[in-house]
Write a new protein. Sequence first.
Length: 286
Amino acid sequence: MAAPANAADAPRVRRSLDEVRWQALYWLLLLPLALMVAKWPALPSSALLLRRESLLSLPQALQGTVENILFVPMGALVVVIFRLTLGIRVLGPFRSILLALAFVVTGVWLGLLFTLTTVAVVVLIRPVIRAFGVPYYGRVSVMLSAVALVMVAGTFVGVVLGSAELSQVARFPVVVLCLIGEAVSVTIQREGLRSGLWRTGTTAVVAVLVAALASIPRMRYVLLAFPELLLVEIALIAVVSRSCSWRLLERLNPDGAGSADQPGAIPPAVRGFLGDAGYAMSRRRQ
């Protein structure tokens, strides 16, 4: 007789767990927001809290690095809204953020041009490397070296032409370019050229949007003055992921919902963490 009773109690237990989760999110939003309000310049507590409960006192040389770290959750929130609320497929959850941070260093237009050039090189040489029977670690190492070669060539051209902007490509993260190039190659092989180009473009659009946010001077001050905003962003990511997964523009993706939603495809939890192309990469390592 115990089994039916336990089965009957299961929905009530699930509801209780849901209530606990939502209460946790509620406090995760409420407490940081209360602290942010207390820092409002018009309030008497503002000066003391900004001096003791902010990152404005960090050395100037360290502030830029910390600002980039603080932008990661904001970029993650943008990616989650883009992928789940709008339903637009990208090259995984983290590549847009890494690309955006690189765009902040190089500038958007130069960063986009250099990214497209490097991705084209990786996409073209990857089948050649596979044709030689090179195993996964060898392929990735060759592609990483090819990306480094393209970066050195771009920097050299910038020096020859006297272009300080073009020389900035030397500061572009090599690993980011290799990750994106590999993801595009796998997507093209797995889903076709149209899907690969689409997801490359959407990833670049999200990266440009995040880079634009990161380039707002006042936004950088807000992140340093209100580091508790990180908790708010984490809570919002959870809320959007759980309650706002509407996928409003999913039909714009090539092939409808995409091959990742077909039977026997990647489990959602794994797909959400690695991204579809990233999962395909992990399968090829084995």
